[in-house]
Design a protein around this ligand. Sequence first.
Ligand code: FES
Ligand code: FES
Length: 154
Amino acid sequence: MPKYTLTINKTPYTVDVDADTPVLWVLRDSLKLVGTKFGCGIGQCGACTIHLNGNAVRSCTLPVSAVANANMKLTSIEGLSENGDHPVQQAWLEIDVPQCGYCQAGQIMTAAAFLDKNPNPSEEEIKNTMSGNICRCGTYMRINKAVALAAKKL
Ligand code: FES
Ligand code: FES
């Protein structure tokens, strides 16, 4: 199998996988970075959201061969902050957002990339952006509240 070197959470990792292996499985299976979750596997639910050069992307449909390049910086939930103290994570704790928790890493990564580009979002913008990530427990109200709180903290 070919070898690919990826920069994840500021660290270079070399993995031995097929070219079309989704980054989600590189994170979870090869590197044991299991904070990123598998939901649908077809780019629909957002559970697998990570950042690629600061943009929220779905790692379940992102082939490893597309990001094995030193200019491509990947960030998973484990690398969002040093001590889990990113303003979005702080807001999540304050609002006590999660129920089962399964979708929440993806929600947080989506929110963090969104606020990075739009630090003063309207309620409508928050709702529109976050509605792309599915939460089977229906924590949407708390998610939207936490994103607004995080915007204030930033
Ligand atoms: Fe990737 Fe659902 S698991 S979008
Ligand atoms: Fe359970 Fe979102 S908290 S799926």
